[in-house]
Design a protein around this ligand. Structure first.
Ligand code: ZN
Length: 73
């Protein structure tokens, strides 16, 4: 099964300041809208390859990390 990383953004007031700062990275199963931990993510959220897990300056969702590590060999 393939996965990709998707960004959860920090909450901002109104529609100013794009792109929004990334708050946390989540892992999403290929073709699904919500993260493995159950969080709904914006459809236009930035996506990264799963190979970047652990390599970005922003933190990762611990729940997604635990589930992801169980699904990949
Ligand atoms: Zn998550």
């Amino acid at each position: 099964m393939r996965h990709e990383m998707r960004a959860e953004y920090q909450e901002t007031e109104g529609e100013q300041a794009q792109p929004w700062p990334v708050k946390t990275w989540h892992m999403v199963r290929d073709g699904e809208r919500s993260a493995m931990c159950g969080r709904e993510l914006r459809p236009d959220a930035r996506a990264l390859s799963e190979e970047d897990w652990g390599r970005t300056p922003e933190p990762f969702c611990h729940s997604c990390g635990a589930l992801y590590l169980r699904e990949v060999p």
